[in-house]
Design a protein around this ligand. Structure first.
Ligand code: AMP
Length: 419
């Protein structure tokens, strides 16, 4: 029996890889435009980090983590998200001692043991950013704009920005009590999942997809009615800044996001183009998290975008990516005597920065020509017996079909002129 990749984990290769590179370079550029610095953390972390930092009642920690004991008997977890690891690292390296604000971005694989389907994988990849150190709405807006600019530059438009506010942590606590009372009164009509969540993580009941839960949620007390001045002011300022930036959004009072640590602004970019996996990215303010991980009072806000879903959305809007523009040079050698000259020409052209390829199967000239066509190169350079004698090569422009004989010493110059 042959061995295959693990369910829910994909190989990424071929034409799809071009889209990954495009996404990665766009995100790097956008992050740079916003003055965010890249941060890389290990894939494995102590299990306690996520238990404390994400919350034991969440789906992620409760049922989706890849957790195991390492050979030394320590419980470790393959990261299911990046915010807790980044906060851990900031505390561990005292990064806030040097600067009141940290602007950090990351990209990489995350692991969640969920039921795989299109757009939902057990290993998936995220780009994200964290703005650490400011309690003000300008930080929230910076993060939302960074996420929005990524989507815009990537060339997708069939999404909407949903936002909500969970208010200050005090407000959230008071609301939570009222919500639990309300849900208790309607317990028998709730789905099994919601009955389970109702005490541990009652806000999650509000964004349940079950029809029975939605009917009850529609009559639940509204968080907004519990807002104090600080909560209203913060939310109003975020909306004003979005208006000023000309970014359309809808307020979705049921948007709570799954994690325990959010307060004030939460947001999500959603789409109708991907079936049930409708979230492309999201985030929010997580002021309580630093304290939860022993780092004192440090306000922060962040977001993450799922790269697979971003690519799927692009494909839904534009179809398959067009084939690449012809580029590079294929060196065709004719006969055994050409082998060393081919190597030398390749060496020179590569050192001059060109993309160069040749046959390594010792195939016929015809087969090499076919290979050059398949490789979609911009030029072929052909060298055989008579070219070796005269120190020349035959250079063919594969786009126009134009062909000329040039001195070997001229190859770099001629190719650079044309490319
Ligand atoms: P979350 O941390 O759950 O808010 O996820 C942020 C983004 O990561 C989502 O909006 C998705 O785009 C992506 N994402 C989350 N879980 C998965 C998954 N299992 N497979 C693929 N993408 C995911």
């Amino acid at each position: 029996m042959s061995i295959t990749a693990i369910r829910g984990m994909r190989d990424i290769y071929g034409p799809e890889m071009r889209q990954w590179h495009r996404a990665e370079s766009i995100f790097r550029d956008v992050a740079d435009a916003f003055a965010y610095e890249e941060f890389r953390t290990p894939i494995l972390e102590s299990t306690d980090l996520f238990k404390r930092g994400v919350g034991e009642e969440t789906d992620i920690v409760g049922k989706e983590m890849y957790t195991f004991d390492d050979r030394g008997g320590d419980s470790v977890t393959m990261r299911p998200e990046m915010t807790a690891p980044i906060v851990r690292a900031c505390i561990e390296h005292s990064l806030l001692h040097h600067s009141p604000t940290l602007r950090l971005w990351y990209g990489g694989p995350q692991f969640r043991y969920d039921r795989p389907q299109k757009g939902r994988y057990r290993q998936f990849h995220q780009f994200g950013a964290e703005c650490i150190g400011s309690p003000h709405p300008e930080a929230d807006i910076e993060i939302i704009l960074l996420a929005h600019e990524t989507l815009r530059r990537f060339g997708v438009s069939k999404f909407q920005l949903e936002i909500n506010s969970l208010g200050t942590s005090d407000v959230r606590l008071r609301y939570r009590q009222a919500l639990v009372e309300f849900l208790t009164a309607h317990e028998s009509a709730l789905s099994e999942d919601s009955r389970r969540r109702m005490h541990a993580n009652p806000l999650r009941v509000l964004d349940s997809k079950e029809e029975s839960d939605r009917r009850i949620a529609a009559g639940a007390p509204r968080l907004e009615d519990f807002f104090d001045e600080a909560s209203s002011d913060h939310f109003r300022a975020v909306r004003t800044l979005l208006d000023v930036a000309g970014i359309p959004y809808v307020v979705n009072p049921h948007l709570v996001r799954g994690l325990d640590y959010y307060n004030h602004t939460v947001f999500e970019f959603t789409t109708d183009a991907l079936g049930s996996q409708n979230a492309i990215g999201g985030g929010g303010r997580y002021d309580p998290l630093f304290a939860m991980l022993g780092g004192g009072e440090v306000p922060a806000v962040g977001f993450s975008i799922g790269i697979e879903r971003l690519l799927l959305l692009w494909e839904a809007e534009h179809g398959q990516m067009a084939t690449a523009e012809p580029h590079g040079i294929y060196i065709i050698g004719i006969g055994d005597d050409a082998r060393i000259p081919v190597q030398l020409i390749m060496l020179r052209l590569r050192r001059a920065g060109h993309h160069v390829v040749s046959d390594i199967q010792r195939r016929s000239v015809k087969a090499q020509m076919k290979d050059a066509n398949r490789a979609a190169v911009a030029y072929t350079v052909m060298i055989g017996e008579s070219e070796i004698k005269t120190s020349t090569v035959v250079l063919k422009n594969m786009v126009t079909g134009e062909q000329q004989t040039i001195a070997q010493s001229e190859i770099e110059r001629v190719v650079s002129q044309h490319e």
